[in-house]
Design a protein around this ligand. Sequence first.
Ligand code: GLA
Length: 383
Amino acid sequence: MSAGVAERFRELYGAGPRGVWAAPGRVNLIGEHTDYNDGFVMPFALPQSALAAVSPRDDGVLRLHSAEAGGDPVVLRVAALAPGEDRAWTAYPAGVVWALREAGHRITGADVHLASAVPPGAGLSSSAALEVVTALALNDLFGLGLTGTVLARLCRRAENAYVGAPVGIMDQTAAACCEAGHALFLDTRDLSRRQIPFDPAAGGLRVLVVDTRVAHAHSAGEYGRRRAGCERGAALLGAAALRDVRYGELDAALERLDGEPEVRRLVRHVVTENRRVERAAELLESGDLRAVGPVLTEGHASLRDDFGVSCPELDLVVDTALAAGALGARMTGGGFGGSAVVLAPEDAAEGVAGAVREAFAGAGFRAPRVFGALPSAGARRVA
Ligand code: GLA
């Protein structure tokens, strides 16, 4: 695939690229809506990646092209990049150039061709893949020497300020820092992390991703509302962030939020979800992969009932998968559509996939996309 991307770059820009880089999409195994509460998350990288063929320029011109969007390259001037104006795909790579320059790094222009195999709008972080692949390419080409963590922070800055989406740090860190064969345990407060061996096949298991192919309206506004509700909860409890409310203090905290039923539910989700991430990490580290299943399912119930970010399609995946023999299942990503992750015994996996497809047809839903996902490599140079 990287040869095809380099060839296309040559057709577009008249000479081969200086290099080709890759950054993956991600599935979050557990730890949802915790990252903007300074909490824990545990994503792993998908085999599907965004590729970027890139050459540096020294004349202040930024040319961007995407295989998916097609058309001619979009021509911009790095000095004129400004947040809030671009609402197209170009905002992701351009936002990264803007964020790097804003942080004082000398980026003098580039020719970029992007091609992504991460399905957009599926809750699998296609936008973080575009950001991180661009950031890593520029980091290498301009000799910036930045770490994965620093690149992830700059990419989130691009998405928050330039694209205008109030997301946390999980997706960019997953794309930048995941390793093949591992899930990434990340403390989103200080960005310390642990690579946790996760080899479903060796344990006789398979991870299935079910892309429901629905994206419900208003998800961006709902995300912002949940985020604001969590901040209110922390403030009412006198905590810097909900991360600081310990699991053992949950009952007392909920009592103090008696007059605030909505905030109360949000708080309960975040506090119990942080506990679930720690629990899942312990189970993976002790080699008890099967026991992770019920932790995932509990997480789904909490997102559905307390946090209110599931939807009928995601609930149907979870219920159907469990009835067909899955060990656990949950929605993954922001919610309101997108994808679910299912942990199934190898010999039940085909049956689970078939049952989900049938249930969707029976409910009159659009056919879902179901695929197996092995924990794959994070961002890297490929040519
Ligand atoms: C989206 C955001 C992440 C995170 C998840 C929910 O994927 O980009 O930062 O908040 O939602 O866990």
